[in-house]
Design a protein around this ligand. Structure first.
Ligand SMILES: C[S@@+](CC[C@H](N)C(=O)[O-])C[C@H]1O[C@@H](n2cnc3c(N)ncnc32)[C@H](O)[C@@H]1O
Length: 204
């Protein structure tokens, strides 16, 4: 497997080396909830959920949440968060490139899972997201902007791997996904000095 392994990610959580973790839910998710982009009772998957601040925020407002991660320590931390809040989510120890839900869901919240995958696996991951969603389902995506000077010489460096908007259009083509018109909100993550482009795609 090219790129970071399950052991690499698990070690990050074991040692607390998780600089991308805001220590709270992404403000854009709270904005989407305030905008009624999601509703209580709907089903939602959070792939590569990590410690799961967003899993907890979604569960707290009554969504049926499935958080997936292949790092056992990430899931242990997420479980602790849910226990703290007295809420429930379905936590699955699985590889997002292979796992399938029992039934298609209403929404997927994609935050820093795509940029954690080596780009060779992006088309497989995009196909998974499409398969997981019902027609009309929403992909709430935060595409991490992480350009690197080395890419000018052809190097693929990460994680995080840069989620350039042109690559995103190729990965989530307009034949399969409905795109909103730009400009898209840019959400800052001060801890890693990066920004995310917030885009809600509708699965056709
Ligand atoms: C950069 S972290 C982001 C965690 C969380 N989404 C957040 O924003 O705080 C990437 C997460 O994806 C998980 N991950 C990476 N590749 C995965 C895969 N193939 N299957 C399942 N989880 C994966 C890692 O274990 C890690 O928790």
């Amino acid at each position: 497997m090219n790129g970071p392994t399950r052991e690499f990610w698990n070690e990050r959580f074991v040692t607390g080396n998780i600089p991308w973790d805001r220590g709270e839910a992404n403000p854009q998710l709270l904005q989407w909830l305030a905008d009624d982009m999601l509703a209580a009772g709907q089903t939602i998957i959070v792939p590569g959920c990590g410690q799961g601040w967003e899993v907890a925020a979604l569960a707290a407002v009554g969504l049926q949440v499935t958080g997936i991660d292949f790092a056992p320590q990430a899931l242990a931390l997420c479980r602790r968060l849910l226990e703290r809040d007295g809420t429930h989510a379905n936590l699955v120890d699985a590889d997002v490139l292979h796992w399938q839900p029992t039934a298609p869901v209403d929404a997927v919240f994609e935050q820093t899972c795509l940029c954690a995958l080596y780009p060779d696996y992006w088309t497989r991951y995009a196909a998974q997201l499409h398969a997981w969603l019902k027609p009309g389902g929403k992909l709430l995506a935060l595409f991490l902007q992480a350009p690197r000077a080395s890419s000018a010489e052809g190097f693929i460096e990460g994680p995080p791997y840069h989620c350039d908007i042109n690559a995103m259009r190729a990965l989530f083509p307009a034949t399969l996904w409905e795109w909103p018109k730009p400009p898209y909100p840019r959400i800052e993550n001060r801890r890693i000095e990066r920004e995310e482009l917030a885009v809600v795609l509708i699965r056709k």
